[in-house]
Design a protein around this ligand. Sequence first.
Ligand code: UT7
Length: 350
Amino acid sequence: MTRIRAAITGVGGYVPEYRLTNDEISRMVDTSDEWIMTRIGIKERRILKEDGKATSDMGAEAVKQLLIKTNTDPSEIDMIICGVVTPDMLFPATANIIADKTNIRNAFGFDLNAGCSSFLYAITTASKFVESGSHKKVIVVGADKMSSIVDYQDRATCPIFGDGAAAVLLEPTSEDIGIVDSIVQSDGAGRIYLHQKAGGSLKPPTFETIANREHYVYQEGQPVFKWAVSKMADVSVEIMKRNNLTSESLDWLVPHQANMRIIDATANRMGLDKDKVMINIQRFGNTTSATLPLCLWDWESQLRKGDNIILAAFGAGFTWGAIYLKWAYDGKLLNGMARKPEVSKIHTEL
Ligand code: UT7
Protein backbone atom coordinates (compact mmCIF):
# COMPACT_ATOMS: atom_id res chain seq x y z
CA MET A 1 0.00 0.00 0.00
CA THR A 2 1.28 3.47 -0.87
CA ARG A 3 2.23 5.50 2.18
CA ILE A 4 0.64 8.93 2.10
CA ARG A 5 2.16 11.89 3.85
CA ALA A 6 0.87 15.44 4.27
CA ALA A 7 3.08 18.02 2.57
CA ILE A 8 3.03 21.78 2.94
CA THR A 9 2.52 22.99 -0.62
CA GLY A 10 2.28 26.75 -0.07
CA VAL A 11 2.48 29.53 2.50
CA GLY A 12 0.61 32.83 2.80
CA GLY A 13 1.17 35.52 5.41
CA TYR A 14 0.00 38.86 6.66
CA VAL A 15 1.30 41.35 9.20
CA PRO A 16 -0.36 44.70 9.95
CA GLU A 17 1.46 47.84 8.85
CA TYR A 18 1.77 49.60 12.19
CA ARG A 19 5.18 49.09 13.83
CA LEU A 20 5.22 49.42 17.61
CA THR A 21 8.86 50.21 18.41
CA ASN A 22 10.76 49.78 21.68
CA ASP A 23 11.03 53.56 21.89
CA GLU A 24 7.25 53.89 21.81
CA ILE A 25 6.88 51.15 24.46
CA SER A 26 9.46 52.98 26.58
CA ARG A 27 7.10 55.96 26.61
CA MET A 28 4.22 53.74 27.88
CA VAL A 29 6.02 51.81 30.65
CA ASP A 30 9.29 51.96 32.56
CA THR A 31 11.56 50.05 30.18
CA SER A 32 14.21 50.65 27.51
CA ASP A 33 15.30 49.46 24.09
CA GLU A 34 18.42 48.09 25.74
CA TRP A 35 16.49 45.95 28.29
CA ILE A 36 14.09 44.60 25.69
CA MET A 37 16.87 43.78 23.20
CA THR A 38 19.06 42.11 25.85
CA ARG A 39 16.37 40.15 27.72
CA ILE A 40 13.98 39.33 24.85
CA GLY A 41 15.54 40.31 21.49
CA ILE A 42 12.63 42.25 19.98
CA LYS A 43 13.08 45.56 18.15
CA GLU A 44 9.53 46.12 16.94
CA ARG A 45 6.23 44.29 16.57
CA ARG A 46 3.25 44.81 14.23
CA ILE A 47 -0.08 45.97 15.67
CA LEU A 48 -3.52 45.77 14.06
CA LYS A 49 -4.83 49.25 14.81
CA GLU A 50 -7.92 49.65 12.64
CA ASP A 51 -11.26 49.70 14.46
CA GLY A 52 -13.45 46.71 13.73
CA LYS A 53 -10.55 44.55 12.55
CA ALA A 54 -9.89 41.25 14.30
CA THR A 55 -7.81 38.09 14.16
CA SER A 56 -9.96 36.72 11.32
CA ASP A 57 -9.14 39.72 9.11
CA MET A 58 -5.43 38.94 9.30
CA GLY A 59 -6.11 35.21 8.88
CA ALA A 60 -8.30 35.90 5.85
CA GLU A 61 -5.54 38.01 4.22
CA ALA A 62 -3.07 35.16 4.73
CA VAL A 63 -5.50 32.59 3.32
CA LYS A 64 -6.32 34.77 0.27
CA GLN A 65 -2.62 35.04 -0.53
CA LEU A 66 -2.18 31.30 -0.01
CA LEU A 67 -5.04 30.48 -2.40
CA ILE A 68 -3.54 32.75 -5.08
CA LYS A 69 -0.01 31.43 -4.64
CA THR A 70 -1.12 27.80 -4.82
CA ASN A 71 -3.62 28.45 -7.59
CA THR A 72 -6.36 26.88 -5.48
CA ASP A 73 -10.07 27.59 -5.79
CA PRO A 74 -11.76 28.07 -2.37
CA SER A 75 -14.29 25.36 -3.31
CA GLU A 76 -11.44 22.79 -3.30
CA ILE A 77 -10.63 23.30 0.39
CA ASP A 78 -12.15 20.49 2.45
CA MET A 79 -10.79 21.41 5.88
CA ILE A 80 -9.61 24.55 7.68
CA ILE A 81 -8.14 24.65 11.17
CA CYS A 82 -7.24 27.91 12.87
CA GLY A 83 -4.67 27.84 15.66
CA VAL A 84 -5.60 30.85 17.80
CA VAL A 85 -5.74 32.13 21.38
CA THR A 86 -7.39 35.47 20.52
CA PRO A 87 -10.49 34.40 18.57
CA ASP A 88 -12.74 37.14 17.18
CA MET A 89 -15.42 35.94 19.60
CA LEU A 90 -15.73 33.04 22.07
CA PHE A 91 -17.97 31.51 19.42
CA PRO A 92 -18.32 30.85 16.55
CA ALA A 93 -14.86 29.63 15.66
CA THR A 94 -12.47 32.05 13.95
CA ALA A 95 -11.85 29.29 11.36
CA ASN A 96 -15.51 29.63 10.34
CA ILE A 97 -15.22 33.42 10.05
CA ILE A 98 -12.01 33.17 8.00
CA ALA A 99 -13.67 30.58 5.75
CA ASP A 100 -16.61 32.92 5.21
CA LYS A 101 -14.33 35.85 4.38
CA THR A 102 -12.40 33.76 1.84
CA ASN A 103 -15.44 32.06 0.30
CA ILE A 104 -14.55 28.59 1.59
CA ARG A 105 -17.91 26.81 1.99
CA ASN A 106 -18.84 23.43 3.52
CA ALA A 107 -15.32 22.70 4.79
CA PHE A 108 -14.70 20.87 8.07
CA GLY A 109 -13.55 23.83 10.14
CA PHE A 110 -12.65 24.53 13.75
CA ASP A 111 -10.28 26.40 16.06
CA LEU A 112 -7.52 24.83 18.08
CA ASN A 113 -6.11 26.56 21.15
CA ALA A 114 -2.83 25.25 22.51
CA GLY A 115 -1.30 28.60 23.48
CA CYS A 116 1.84 29.37 21.51
CA SER A 117 1.92 25.74 20.32
CA SER A 118 -1.44 26.13 18.55
CA PHE A 119 -0.03 26.06 15.02
CA LEU A 120 2.16 23.06 15.80
CA TYR A 121 -0.80 21.19 17.31
CA ALA A 122 -3.01 22.20 14.36
CA ILE A 123 -0.50 21.00 11.75
CA THR A 124 -0.12 17.69 13.58
CA THR A 125 -3.91 17.27 13.71
CA ALA A 126 -4.41 18.26 10.07
CA SER A 127 -1.68 15.92 8.86
CA LYS A 128 -3.54 12.92 10.31
CA PHE A 129 -6.63 13.72 8.23
CA VAL A 130 -4.50 14.06 5.09
CA GLU A 131 -2.58 10.84 5.82
CA SER A 132 -5.84 8.94 6.35
CA GLY A 133 -7.01 9.94 2.89
CA SER A 134 -10.18 11.59 4.21
CA HIS A 135 -9.11 15.17 3.37
CA LYS A 136 -7.07 16.37 0.39
CA LYS A 137 -6.69 20.13 0.64
CA VAL A 138 -6.38 21.35 4.19
CA ILE A 139 -5.58 24.88 5.29
CA VAL A 140 -3.94 25.46 8.65
CA VAL A 141 -3.93 29.05 9.85
CA GLY A 142 -1.98 30.48 12.77
CA ALA A 143 -3.38 33.89 13.69
CA ASP A 144 -3.44 36.12 16.73
CA LYS A 145 -4.25 39.70 17.60
CA MET A 146 -2.28 39.65 20.84
CA SER A 147 -2.65 43.43 21.22
CA SER A 148 -6.30 42.75 22.14
CA ILE A 149 -5.26 40.98 25.38
CA VAL A 150 -1.94 42.69 26.21
CA ASP A 151 -1.83 45.15 29.11
CA TYR A 152 0.15 48.16 27.89
CA GLN A 153 0.65 49.17 31.54
CA ASP A 154 2.51 45.92 32.36
CA ARG A 155 6.17 46.18 31.42
CA ALA A 156 6.73 42.47 32.03
CA THR A 157 4.44 41.41 29.17
CA CYS A 158 3.75 44.31 26.79
CA PRO A 159 7.13 44.30 25.01
CA ILE A 160 6.79 40.63 24.11
CA PHE A 161 3.75 40.28 21.87
CA GLY A 162 2.72 41.33 18.35
CA ASP A 163 -0.09 40.70 15.86
CA GLY A 164 0.06 38.62 12.68
CA ALA A 165 -1.21 35.64 10.73
CA ALA A 166 0.04 33.03 8.30
CA ALA A 167 -1.42 29.96 6.67
CA VAL A 168 -0.21 26.83 4.92
CA LEU A 169 -1.85 24.37 2.55
CA LEU A 170 -1.43 20.67 3.30
CA GLU A 171 -1.90 18.11 0.54
CA PRO A 172 -1.27 14.37 0.21
CA THR A 173 1.89 13.07 -1.41
CA SER A 174 3.42 9.65 -1.98
CA GLU A 175 6.88 11.14 -2.48
CA ASP A 176 9.52 11.06 0.24
CA ILE A 177 8.60 14.58 1.41
CA GLY A 178 6.10 16.11 3.84
CA ILE A 179 5.49 15.67 7.55
CA VAL A 180 7.49 12.67 8.75
CA ASP A 181 7.19 12.73 12.53
CA SER A 182 5.82 14.77 15.40
CA ILE A 183 5.97 14.87 19.18
CA VAL A 184 3.27 16.93 20.90
CA GLN A 185 2.85 17.03 24.65
CA SER A 186 1.19 19.03 27.43
CA ASP A 187 1.11 19.45 31.20
CA GLY A 188 -1.84 21.39 32.60
CA ALA A 189 -0.02 21.94 35.89
CA GLY A 190 1.81 24.76 34.08
CA ARG A 191 -1.39 26.75 33.52
CA ILE A 192 -0.88 28.73 36.73
CA TYR A 193 2.09 30.54 35.18
CA LEU A 194 0.51 31.73 31.94
CA HIS A 195 -3.17 32.42 31.41
CA GLN A 196 -5.95 34.99 31.10
CA LYS A 197 -7.78 35.20 34.43
CA ALA A 198 -11.23 36.39 33.40
CA GLY A 199 -13.59 36.17 30.47
CA GLY A 200 -14.14 32.41 30.53
CA SER A 201 -16.70 30.35 32.44
CA LEU A 202 -14.57 30.42 35.60
CA LYS A 203 -14.75 34.22 35.86
CA PRO A 204 -17.20 35.78 33.44
CA PRO A 205 -16.63 39.50 32.83
CA THR A 206 -17.77 41.89 35.55
CA PHE A 207 -16.93 45.49 36.40
CA GLU A 208 -14.58 44.04 39.00
CA THR A 209 -12.67 41.80 36.59
CA ILE A 210 -12.20 44.79 34.32
CA ALA A 211 -11.09 47.07 37.18
CA ASN A 212 -8.62 44.37 38.28
CA ARG A 213 -7.21 44.15 34.72
CA GLU A 214 -7.97 40.41 34.60
CA HIS A 215 -8.74 40.27 30.88
CA TYR A 216 -5.09 40.57 29.93
CA VAL A 217 -2.26 38.06 29.56
CA TYR A 218 -0.99 37.01 32.98
CA GLN A 219 2.53 35.58 32.90
CA GLU A 220 5.15 34.64 35.48
CA GLY A 221 8.09 34.98 33.15
CA GLN A 222 10.79 33.00 34.92
CA PRO A 223 9.01 29.62 35.33
CA VAL A 224 7.68 29.90 31.79
CA PHE A 225 11.20 30.62 30.56
CA LYS A 226 12.68 27.61 32.39
CA TRP A 227 10.01 25.18 31.16
CA ALA A 228 10.25 26.56 27.61
CA VAL A 229 14.02 26.13 27.43
CA SER A 230 13.98 22.57 28.70
CA LYS A 231 10.84 21.25 26.96
CA MET A 232 11.44 22.80 23.52
CA ALA A 233 15.02 21.56 23.47
CA ASP A 234 14.09 18.10 24.85
CA VAL A 235 11.56 17.33 22.11
CA SER A 236 13.72 18.85 19.37
CA VAL A 237 16.68 16.67 20.34
CA GLU A 238 14.40 13.62 20.71
CA ILE A 239 12.88 14.06 17.25
CA MET A 240 16.38 14.48 15.77
CA LYS A 241 17.55 11.26 17.42
CA ARG A 242 14.62 9.08 16.43
CA ASN A 243 14.86 10.23 12.79
CA ASN A 244 18.68 9.89 12.66
CA LEU A 245 19.12 13.60 12.00
CA THR A 246 22.38 15.34 12.84
CA SER A 247 23.27 19.01 13.07
CA GLU A 248 24.74 18.57 9.57
CA SER A 249 21.79 16.81 7.93
CA LEU A 250 19.22 19.13 9.50
CA ASP A 251 18.75 22.17 7.23
CA TRP A 252 16.50 24.40 9.32
CA LEU A 253 15.11 24.87 12.80
CA VAL A 254 11.87 26.87 12.91
CA PRO A 255 11.50 27.80 16.58
CA HIS A 256 8.62 29.59 18.29
CA GLN A 257 9.65 33.25 18.55
CA ALA A 258 9.11 34.03 22.25
CA ASN A 259 12.56 35.04 23.41
CA MET A 260 15.96 35.13 21.66
CA ARG A 261 17.52 33.40 24.67
CA ILE A 262 15.07 30.47 24.42
CA ILE A 263 15.79 30.16 20.68
CA ASP A 264 19.57 30.22 21.30
CA ALA A 265 19.33 27.61 24.08
CA THR A 266 17.29 25.27 21.86
CA ALA A 267 19.65 25.66 18.89
CA ASN A 268 22.67 25.05 21.16
CA ARG A 269 21.20 21.84 22.58
CA MET A 270 20.64 20.67 18.98
CA GLY A 271 24.21 21.63 18.02
CA LEU A 272 22.95 23.94 15.29
CA ASP A 273 24.71 26.97 13.84
CA LYS A 274 22.64 30.14 13.93
CA ASP A 275 22.51 30.37 10.13
CA LYS A 276 20.23 27.29 10.17
CA VAL A 277 17.75 28.90 12.56
CA MET A 278 14.84 30.99 11.32
CA ILE A 279 14.67 34.11 13.48
CA ASN A 280 12.36 37.06 12.86
CA ILE A 281 11.51 37.84 16.49
CA GLN A 282 13.28 41.21 16.19
CA ARG A 283 10.74 42.34 13.54
CA PHE A 284 7.49 40.69 14.64
CA GLY A 285 7.87 39.76 18.34
CA ASN A 286 5.82 36.86 19.69
CA THR A 287 2.74 36.54 17.48
CA THR A 288 1.72 33.40 19.42
CA SER A 289 -0.02 31.05 16.93
CA ALA A 290 1.52 32.83 13.93
CA THR A 291 5.25 32.63 14.72
CA LEU A 292 6.03 29.32 12.98
CA PRO A 293 4.11 29.92 9.71
CA LEU A 294 5.37 33.53 9.57
CA CYS A 295 8.92 32.14 9.62
CA LEU A 296 8.08 29.73 6.77
CA TRP A 297 6.52 32.67 4.89
CA ASP A 298 9.64 34.79 5.43
CA TRP A 299 12.08 32.04 4.41
CA GLU A 300 9.99 30.39 1.66
CA SER A 301 12.16 31.62 -1.20
CA GLN A 302 15.27 30.05 0.42
CA LEU A 303 13.74 26.62 0.97
CA ARG A 304 14.55 23.71 -1.32
CA LYS A 305 12.69 20.50 -2.01
CA GLY A 306 13.88 17.82 0.42
CA ASP A 307 15.18 20.26 3.06
CA ASN A 308 15.06 18.67 6.52
CA ILE A 309 13.16 21.02 8.82
CA ILE A 310 12.21 20.85 12.50
CA LEU A 311 9.45 23.09 13.86
CA ALA A 312 9.43 23.51 17.65
CA ALA A 313 7.16 25.42 20.02
CA PHE A 314 6.24 25.95 23.66
CA GLY A 315 3.23 27.74 25.07
CA ALA A 316 0.46 28.21 27.60
CA GLY A 317 -1.10 25.04 28.90
CA PHE A 318 1.73 24.18 29.16
CA THR A 319 1.95 22.75 25.67
CA TRP A 320 5.00 21.97 23.58
CA GLY A 321 6.20 19.89 20.69
CA ALA A 322 8.35 19.38 17.62
CA ILE A 323 7.60 18.33 14.05
CA TYR A 324 10.06 16.92 11.53
CA LEU A 325 9.20 17.51 7.88
CA LYS A 326 10.87 17.36 4.49
CA TRP A 327 10.09 20.50 2.52
CA ALA A 328 8.02 19.79 -0.60
CA TYR A 329 9.06 22.37 -3.18
CA ASP A 330 11.78 24.74 -4.32
CA GLY A 331 10.96 28.12 -2.92
CA LYS A 332 12.15 30.05 -5.94
CA LEU A 333 8.92 31.62 -7.02
CA LEU A 334 7.70 31.61 -10.57
CA ASN A 335 5.81 34.60 -11.97
CA GLY A 336 6.11 36.47 -8.73
CA MET A 337 3.81 34.33 -6.63
CA ALA A 338 2.89 31.15 -8.50
CA ARG A 339 3.94 27.79 -7.20
CA LYS A 340 6.23 25.57 -9.24
CA PRO A 341 4.21 23.22 -11.46
CA GLU A 342 5.84 20.01 -10.22
CA VAL A 343 4.37 20.66 -6.79
CA SER A 344 0.85 20.59 -8.20
CA LYS A 345 1.63 17.29 -9.87
CA ILE A 346 2.22 15.41 -6.63
CA HIS A 347 -1.40 15.70 -5.47
CA THR A 348 -3.28 15.11 -8.68
CA GLU A 349 -1.55 11.74 -9.00
CA LEU A 350 -3.09 10.45 -5.76
O1 UT7 B 1 5.24 32.31 24.16
C1 UT7 B 1 4.71 31.73 25.31
C2 UT7 B 1 5.77 31.40 26.21
N1 UT7 B 1 6.33 32.59 26.83
C3 UT7 B 1 7.63 32.68 26.96
O2 UT7 B 1 8.36 31.85 26.47
C4 UT7 B 1 8.18 33.81 27.82
C5 UT7 B 1 9.23 33.25 28.75
N2 UT7 B 1 9.77 34.25 29.65
C6 UT7 B 1 10.58 35.22 29.24
O3 UT7 B 1 10.84 35.37 28.05
C7 UT7 B 1 11.23 36.10 30.28
O4 UT7 B 1 11.03 35.55 31.56
C8 UT7 B 1 10.71 37.57 30.26
C9 UT7 B 1 11.18 38.26 29.00
C10 UT7 B 1 9.20 37.59 30.34
C11 UT7 B 1 11.29 38.34 31.45
O5 UT7 B 1 12.71 38.28 31.43
P1 UT7 B 1 13.51 37.82 32.74
O6 UT7 B 1 14.93 37.93 32.38
O7 UT7 B 1 12.99 36.48 33.15
O8 UT7 B 1 13.14 38.95 33.76
P2 UT7 B 1 12.47 38.79 35.20
O9 UT7 B 1 11.03 38.55 35.08
O10 UT7 B 1 13.28 37.86 36.04
O11 UT7 B 1 12.71 40.24 35.77
C12 UT7 B 1 14.05 40.73 36.04
C13 UT7 B 1 13.93 42.20 36.41
C14 UT7 B 1 12.85 42.50 37.44
O12 UT7 B 1 13.32 43.54 38.25
P3 UT7 B 1 13.93 43.27 39.71
O13 UT7 B 1 12.84 42.57 40.47
O14 UT7 B 1 15.12 42.39 39.48
O15 UT7 B 1 14.26 44.62 40.21
C15 UT7 B 1 11.71 43.00 36.62
O16 UT7 B 1 10.87 43.89 37.33
O17 UT7 B 1 13.58 42.94 35.23
C16 UT7 B 1 12.43 43.74 35.52
N3 UT7 B 1 11.67 43.91 34.30
C17 UT7 B 1 11.90 44.87 33.43
N4 UT7 B 1 12.79 45.87 33.42
C18 UT7 B 1 12.80 46.71 32.39
C19 UT7 B 1 10.66 43.12 33.84
N5 UT7 B 1 10.22 43.59 32.66
C20 UT7 B 1 10.99 44.68 32.38
C21 UT7 B 1 11.01 45.59 31.32
N6 UT7 B 1 11.94 46.59 31.35
N7 UT7 B 1 10.20 45.50 30.27
